[in-house]
Design a protein around this ligand. Structure first.
Ligand code: C5P
Length: 424
């Protein structure tokens, strides 16, 4: 939790992009200063269409930097120095344009030049229209930036300024503040740009160079063109694992069933509907070092999906014949070729959680089972917290009730030592 002096003396170079969310940056500056941070603002030309340079400069208490070729700025401080005399660079709002420049190393204005010249960590708070967010070009840029070590906060899901709904809202100032504190104290640091790139030091990025595949969410098994069998999985836990693995430096492929939450930034997300499609997508994503099966895959599917909508009528009530779906976890864990070194399954149970998990470990052939109680009273399905047991061949470990994001962080923190054969 942030306290009044939690950022005392920290120097934040704040790059403000041109988006409607720029107004929230004024609040961010205020809060950063309340906590003792020094904020040096940089604005793109487009940003000045949304907030005035005067408000930004007054709130930050520093001069506004906005011109790459200003003789006075250059005389007082070159852009290299400007970009390095900071503890952290924060890009907010990180527009599609700024992200594209960052991903491709363009440097045609002061903001992009600073981002290219810096040797410090960069935290970006993306904000854009939902269709832009889902565009493959933006997703490609995000994946590249994640690989380059850029940190992300948001975007959040909700109604956007243009009336559409979905991911694209910039994270709230309070969330960005939390991410700034995390980035400055992070011991799970990602590799820094301009500091060795992909040959990151192991301690900095525990999963650098590793490939992780995660399944998440439910599957939908069609009955006819309008009806399907499904379950209540929200995808929150699986998505959080994918995001945490990416933050730890891994190359992550997330295979997601239909969910209502945003694709994690910097992760390649493949959207599927059925268990069979999910299996195919996972197999296509191999080889990988780690496979995490967090999806709530439907165990059965209708034996046949009708081509036309089943009509009510004289034929009486239809009977649904079911057939078993492939068990993705077991198939991947028991592969002869290209078996990921570490295979982690989940066990959602409503009773005898530990016993069933232990049995499942052997039956599926995985290395670790994360078991949880999903009986209705726990509120785990769709909720934000999870109480899990970790079960491996050596025993059981009980974790306290934690936010799903924290469960993900702790699980990902285990992956490095497990991959290197070290017990943590
Ligand atoms: O057998 P059960 O469904 O309880 O096992 C849960 C674990 O197996 C989860 O990790 C889930 O993702 C995975 N699973 C799977 N394919 C299935 C069923 C479950 O990958 N068809």
């Amino acid at each position: 939790m942030a306290n009044a002096t939690s950022l005392s003396g920290k120097r934040i170079l704040l790059v403000i992009g041109g988006g409607i969310a720029a107004y929230k940056v004024l609040e961010l500056i205020r809060r950063l200063r309340e906590r003792g941070a020094r904020v040096r603002p940089v604005m793109t030309d487009a940003a000045k269409q949304f907030v005035t340079p005067l408000s930004v400069a007054s709130l930050s208490g520093d001069k506004l930097y906005d011109d790459l070729f200003s003789l006075t700025d250059e005389a007082e401080m070159g852009h290299i120095r400007l970009s390095r005399e900071a503890d952290l660079l924060v890009v907010a709002p990180a527009t599609a344009d700024l992200l594209a420049k960052m991903a491709n190393g363009l440097a045609n204005d002061l903001a992009s030049t600073l981002l290219l010249a810096t040797d410090k960590r960069v935290l970006a708070a993306p904000a854009m229209n939902v269709r832009m967010w889902f565009h493959p070009a933006v997703q490609r840029n995000l994946a590249q930036l994640r690989e380059d070590g850029v940190l992300f906060v948001g975007p959040n899901e909700g109604e956007l300024a243009d009336g559409e709904f979905g991911p694209g809202r910039m994270a709230e100032p309070q969330e960005i503040l939390g991410a700034i504190e995390d980035a400055l104290r992070s011991d799970m640091a990602v590799p820094l740009p301009n500091q060795g790139g992909s040959t990151a030091r192991l301690g900095d990025a525990p999963l650098a160079g590793k490939a992780v595949v995660v399944t998440s969410g439910p599957t939908h098994e069609p009955i006819d063109p309008v009806r399907y069998l499904a379950n209540r999985s929200s995808g929150k836990q699986g998505h959080a694992i994918a995001a945490a693995a990416a933050a730890a430096g891994a190359r992550v492929t997330l295979v997601s069933g239909p969910v209502a939450i945003a694709d994690p930034a910097g992760v390649v997300t493949i959207h599927v509907e059925t268990a069979r499609d999910m299996l195919a997508a996972v197999e296509a994503a191999l080889p990988a070092d780690v496979f995490v099966a967090a999806a709530a895959v439907a165990d059965w599917r209708p034996a046949r999906a009708e081509h036309g909508k089943i009509k009510k009528g004289a034929a009486g009530n239809p009977t649904l014949a079911l057939v078993e779906n492939p068990d993705i976890l077991a198939k991947i864990a028991q592969r002869k070729k290209n078996r990921p070194q570490l295979v982690i399954g989940f066990a959602a149970e409503t009773e005898h959680v530990a016993d069933y998990a232990r049995t499942k470990l052997g039956k599926k052939g995985c290395d670790l089972i994360v078991a949880n109680d999903v009986s209705q009273a726990t509120g785990v399905m769709g909720g934000d917290t999870n109480t899990v047991l970790l079960v491996d061949r050596d025993g059981i470990e009980t974790w306290p009730t934690l936010d799903k994001v924290e469960v993900a962080r702790r699980l990902v923190a285990r992956m490095g030592p497990l991959l290197h054969g070290v017990q943590s």
